[in-house]
Design a binder for this molecule. Structure first.
Ligand code: ATP
Ligand code: MG
Length: 559
């Protein structure tokens, strides 16, 4: 199906949209649509979060609603301002705007505390003195009911007194918790008197030292949605079993009935998709920070050369389903290639240089050739590339003994220089060890622009850079961080996940590439000027040119 037909189809493209349209048709919430993206600021966002962001903001935009950026910042031990700042930068970079609605669950702590007292007053919450281990032991299993805590029967007055003293800081960490009084025999373990508050004498990145008790995620998330009057609270499947608890709090507190809908997490082949595990890679120094270009974080992908457009397109095309599945990372790369093919200017760069001397040109020869900036974009125009007697070509574009179907340079063989002349290899110069160090060639001055007046053809076209004008650069070639298709515990980092090439030779225009600028190195792939190398000219390979996903698709279609 072409993009045009996809857009003209009226039926909603995913089950969440079907639900929203049904609610709108029923006039639910007065026709309002409010969503939120609720990250916990305990790490950097990854490509999985991009799926959630596109869905949360996309649903709001599609139905004239709003989407909040809400930090679910309930755990002072793991959360940091650095993460909050990075998350905001990434969401903005992806192209979404929460306007003035940057919200924090931490700003609701007072309200949540009041609600906790309300539940105590209703006999629906109690202070428990059991330790975390004891609570776990009492919880039972999927096949066995839990057991009541000996403190479950405390009076409202005693619970209120103890809870207030917890807040006042009278007790050490872990001494007591507040629990909801629901049902220790419930089939759903989340309903077996879940913990609502724990004592933590810790400074919070937002509320500072105002609190020494903190609400659990489960006592925060749903009510934060209610406070913000979120109509459609979208989250991933692992929270499905928590929904009855959120609904219980809403019912008991008689607050805005936000409704949660769960969708499948994004999983990608060769990719770890968990902030916790990614943080381990960062902390252990196995990668060069959260924005290492091999990381599936949005900051890493940005540094590598991913565009927001390609990521949004990817999220759009993988869709939103209710069953978990794994997407081939080759499809993500395919989306990037499609975007960059349209937009990235073409440049010439030689990564493994071999010297070519054109003997029928004088020493001082200096000529400019016209090179097209982007054949996919007529508006991109052309540029001049300098051409002279000494050139660099890729070492792999020459073979002394060419195998069958090798159409590039070889002794006596004629090839086309991209945007230039036909050249013929006349002599191979070797060092004492027999390594090829230079090629002597002649060029045909009649073939300027790549055509021979006598109509003779050459089968190979190679890229090149004028040696006198070239600029030196470092180029980093990236591959999957994990060779395992489904990385897990014990998976080791792909030793070839980065290859650093020094002394690469680039056409001179590339010296002016801005950090973050993305170009296609002809025949080599798409490259992004690194943003963390200062004045040094360093390029990261975003993706190569060979589209493995398109090839797989073709094979499947052919059956
Ligand atoms: P992680 O397991 O990587 O730490 P998380 O779910 O704990 O992820 P949060 O900050 O709590 O991270 O997530 C914010 C939102 O992003 C949640 O609504 C969550 O459901 C969603 N999300 C997280 N990971 C994915 C994923 N792989 N695919 C789709 N949505 C995701
Ligand atoms: Mg989480």
């Amino acid at each position: 199906m072409s993009e045009a037909t996809q857009k003209s189809v009226a039926a909603p493209s995913n089950f969440i949209k079907t639900i929203v349209e049904r609610d709108l048709a029923e006039g639910k919430h007065g026709g309002a649509v409010r969503t939120r993206f609720p990250p916990e600021p305990n790490g950097y966002l990854h490509i999985g979060h991009a799926k959630a962001i596109c869905l949360d903001f996309g649903i709001a935009a599609d139905y004239g609603g709003v989407c909040n950026l809400r930090f679910d910042d309930t755990n002072p031990l793991k959360e940091e301002q650095e993460y909050i700042d990075a998350i905001k930068q990434d969401v903005r970079w992806l192209g979404f705007d929460w306007q003035e609605r940057e919200l924090h669950a931490a700003d609701y702590f007072e309200q949540l505390y009041e609600w906790a007292e309300l539940l105590i007053g209703k006999g629906k919450a109690y202070v428990d003195d059991l330790s975390a281990d004891e609570i776990r032991e009492h919880r039972g299993t999927l096949t066995e009911p839990g057991r009541d805590s000996p403190h479950r029967g405390r009076s409202v007055a005693e619970n209120l007194d103890l809870f207030r003293r917890m807040r006042a800081g009278e007790f050490p960490d872990g001494a007591r918790v507040l629990r909801a009084k629901i049902d220790m025999a419930a089939g759903n373990l989340n309903m077996r008197d879940p913990v609502m508050y724990r004592i933590l004498h810790a400074t919070h990145p937002r509320s500072g030292d105002a609190w020494c008790i903190y609400p659990t995620y489960d006592f925060t998330h749903g009510q934060s949605d209610s406070i913000e009057q979120i109509t459609h609270s979208l989250c991933t499947l692992e929270f499905e079993d928590h929904r009855p608890l959120y609904d219980w709090f809403i019912k008991e507190l008689e607050i805005f009935p936000s409704r949660q809908y769960e969708f499948a997490r994004l999983n990608l082949t060769h990719t770890l998709m968990s902030k916790r595990k990614l943080k381990q890679l960062v902390d252990s120094g196995l990668v060069d920070g959260w924005d290492d270009p091999r990381m599936p974080t949005l900051s890493g992908m940005r540094r590598r050369g991913y565009t927001p457009e390609s990521i949004r397109d990817f999220c759009d095309r993988i869709g939103v389903a209710k069953a978990n599945s794994t997407v081939d990372v080759a499809f993500l790369e395919h989306c990037l290639r499609q975007d960059l093919n349209r937009r990235a200017p073409r440049r010439m760069a030689v990564l493994n240089p071999l010297k070519v001397v054109i003997e029928n040109l004088p020493e001082e020869h200096d000529e400019e050739l016209d090179a097209i900036n982007n054949p996919e974009d007529p508006d991109a125009g052309s540029r001049k590339v300098p051409f002279s007697r000494e050139l660099w070509i890729e070492a792999e574009d020459f073979r002394e003994e060419p195998p069958r179907k090798y159409f590039r340079l070889a002794p006596g063989r004629e090839v086309r220089l991209r945007y230039g002349y036909f050249i013929t290899c006349t002599e191979v110069v070797k060092d004492d060890d027999g390594n090829v160090v230079e090629l002597r060639c002649s060029h045909d001055p009649e073939t300027r622009g790549g055509q021979a007046p006598d109509g003779r053809k050459v089968r190979g076209t190679i890229h090149w850079v004028s040696a006198r004008h070239a600029v030196d650069a470092e180029v980093r070639l990236y591959d999957h961080l994990f060779t395992d298709e489904q990385p897990g515990v014990g998976s080791v980092i792909n030793p070839d996940s980065v290859e650093v090439l020094g002394g690469c030779k680039l056409e001179p225009a590339l010296a002016r590439a801005a950090p973050g600028e993305i170009v296609q190195f002809e025949r080599r792939g798409y490259f992004c000027r690194d943003t963390k190398s200062g004045d040094r000219l360093v390029f990261n390979r975003a993706v190569g040119l060979r589209d493995t996903w398109a090839r797989i698709q073709k094979q499947q279609q052919q059956g």
